[in-house]
Design a protein around this ligand. Sequence first.
Ligand code: UGY
Ligand code: MN
Length: 245
Amino acid sequence: MPLFGHTRTTIARRHALIAPDGHVPSTFPGWKNATAFVLISPAMGADFSQLRVTFDLAGGCAIFPKDEHEHVVYVEAGECEIELADESISLTDGGYIFIPWYTAFSIVGNEETRVTLFRKIYELQAGFEPPPLVFGTASNIPGEPFFGNPRALLQTLLPIDPRYDMAVNIFTYQPGATLPFVETHIMEHGLLMLSGQGIYRLEENYYPVTAGDAIWMAPYCPQWFVAMGDEPASYLYYKDVHRLP
Ligand code: UGY
Ligand code: MN
């Protein structure tokens, strides 16, 4: 527990670190025995939202009606069913699904289930069809050395296809491995530390980060990471892609 009256959470204009000690739940219409922690949202200046959803009982249900938002659900722990109009898809630990904007769905879980969800308004691209639903398991996606470094592996969960306007990736670093340079880019990120620890540079600040922490990086937030400690550090992250500014 942090020192009385202290937290590692910090919310700046162009970045945020959200530590689990400060999470406060929300519930939404129609949800049953399911709780959301809205870690990143347009309310802080982001162009997307990042939620962590947990369930109190077997059969707990989080409902997402059809609107202009598309979603990616990633299973951090336990298992869940993604219920669509005419089918149900089972996901376990490390499973993920991209659900296009034109599809309503529910997540049904139990006390062991914890998911992270990215939610954004789909940006149409003239001349391209809407993207289809896809799902899979992170462990089946090979890790590619980042800029040739086999100690920093990038797994790309969604198809690299101009119909998709978002990417969701997992980055895994061996202790001591780093992002090769301080990145500054138009793309925005929402990030969840899945395991391990390290130091994240966000603008001119250096933050110790560990499993369970969430980070928001606004467009053009200078960013860099070094993994530290005895275990590899791994993070899941969202990025907007494939659309002209
Ligand atoms: O895809 C990315 O922009 C990635 N290299 N950024 C990051 O890990 N902060
Ligand atoms: Mn980046």
